[in-house]
Design a protein around this ligand. Sequence first.
Ligand code: NCD
Ligand code: ZN
Length: 343
Amino acid sequence: MTTQLTITKPDDWHLHLRDGDALDTTVAFTARQFQRAIVMPNLAQPVVNTQLAAAYRQRILNARPEGNTFQPLMTLYLTNNTRVEDIRQAGESDFVYAAKLYPAGATTNSSNGVTDVSALSPVLDEMQKQDLPLLVHAEVTDPDIDVFDREQVFIDKYLVPIKKNFPELRIVLEHATTEQAIDFVLHNHLTAATLTPQHLLFNRNDLLVGGIHPHNYCLPILKRETHRKTLVNAATSGNPKFFLGTDSAPHTTNAKENQCGCAGCFTAHAAIELYAEIFDKENALDKLEGFSSFYGPDFYRLPRNQQTLTLHRESWQAPSHYPFGKQTLTPFRQQTPLQWTIK
Ligand code: NCD
Ligand code: ZN
């Protein structure tokens, strides 16, 4: 039995760090194990241009623990008002690595998102020219579409046409949750998907059976077991189109345990540990390094990290809460011991 595993230091290709006081908690957790992270732009005031991205990047760097070399990779938030010029500036900067498409109303802080995807064509055209990857929250928001079907409908209605119209545009289908998402990525050139710990570990029973489990609630929502199995197969297949993106998305304990609880699971306290457990269960620990440390930088055309990280098979339990600004945060899977640790 493998009791210790050393891999090239991983990166997180989908992360929410939030802002203000929260950065003291979030940056430290991620910087402890990841060398780089693609930082999502869905702040209360979204990061809609390169200037805002530069300022946010500096706030993140200021929150980095002493001596740590973690690098935030910034992204822009696309809106109905994004201009071709905004994309040109992002492409020419050396710290914006992608732009994110949130359909308006699809998730946390998405009210400024895009309402008409077809009107984005000039922007997508410029992204294709700049070779700036498009990151997609692939869910429709149509109230008539069942919440469990929103990803597959978005793929058919929007992603397939986008790929057809912009064949050289690199696309990451973020936090993929369905067989249809895996299928889209497998069959389309220059596309990839990030996979989260929660979608690899849990299905919708973990959200809804035996009471409602608010700390397992995220968007896209957990799906049925057949989908989870497909995601696990993709993650452990060694196919470079699938790589690590935690979607660690902290909300205060109060905002999660609420009449209208927020979507998002905080996994950054134990991210690589959770992935190790998933790969271990599949007897695929030999595939963890590619998924965590190679395929992401390869897709983003960045160098792989030089440093290493060592995981030990040793059980531990996360505390019930972590401090989060002036409030607290409840970590994902707090009630079950974790199987791997970093010393
Ligand atoms: C994310 C958040 O809270 O910012 N929430 C989530 O459920 N995943 C946004 C997102 O990625 O959808
Ligand atoms: Zn996210």
